[in-house]
Design a protein around this ligand. Structure first.
Ligand code: 6GU
Length: 224
């Protein structure tokens, strides 16, 4: 999969994909993340990509021309399956959407800044608008990093044990059960006996019960 990201602060996206699972995905050529500086398509030699909002009001608006030129140039290589605009008023991101997006080949993400982007870009080019939650970030970059991470780890061959994403929290609308490692006893706190029993059927039953219990306590909305 290829994910192209258009940003006015590409530096924000250097580290998130340079470590751990995302690094492995890129090293194995399963995921190609390419970050593009919007200023490359600026309207003048000053690097201008934003302008005052028609009708007045505080805050700048990202202009049509740089964004559409960027979209057209990157689309010319190969068309995108989705052109995603990251914005707090988009569809709320969740595991289901991560699963669906992970089956695409080529995604473009546009990181919003300032007061947003000229609405004509949304009307004419953007195919999907996504928010990562009900709070406002200063720009779309961290949201792009979150979504790329959630998608990237689902791609076949990225996780060591390919089945392990199947047991993540949310994959079956249940939170994950508690986990333990050595030592068996730490400051008087013991690992549940069932996990030491070697009885895999009983262990799976216990894990399922714990997952249900956690979900009831913490996120009853997932069971509704
Ligand atoms: Cl995608 N962008 C911004 N700026 N703020 C957000 C968001 C996105 N999702 C939640 N808050």
């Amino acid at each position: 999969m290829t994910i192209d990201i258009i940003s006015v602060i590409p530096e924000l996206l250097e580290s998130p994909f340079g470590h751990s699972i995302m690094k492995r995905a890129r090293d194995k050529n399963i995921l190609d993340v390419r970050v593009h500086h919007l200023r490359k398509w600026a309207v003048n030699e000053y690097g201008q990509v934003d302008d005052y909002a028609f009708g007045g009001g505080a805050g700048m608006v990202m202009m049509c021309e740089p964004l559409v030129k960027a979209i057209e140039e990157l689309s010319a290589e190969a068309p995108f399956d989705e052109i995603i605009f990251l914005t707090p008023d988009g569809e709320r991101f969740n595991q289901g959407l991560a699963n669906r997006l992970s089956m695409k080949n080529r995604l473009l993400m546009i990181c919003g800044h300032y007061k947003g982007i000229d609405d004509r870009v949304r009307q004419g080019w953007v195919t999907r608008e996504i928010s990562i939650g009900d709070y406002v970030l200063s720009g779309g970059e961290l949201a792009a990093a979150v979504i790329t991470d959630a998608i990237g780890r689902l791609l076949p061959g990225v996780l060591n044990d390919e089945t392990s994403a199947l047991f993540d929290s949310f994959q079956d609308n249940l939170l994950a059960p508690p986990v333990y490692t050595r030592p068996v006893e730490f400051r008087g706190m013991k690992v549940p006996d069932v996990l030491l029993s070697g009885d895999h059927r009983k262990i799976e039953e216990w894990r399922h019960e714990q997952a249900l219990q956690r979900t009831e306590q913490r996120r009853p909305d997932l069971l509704a």
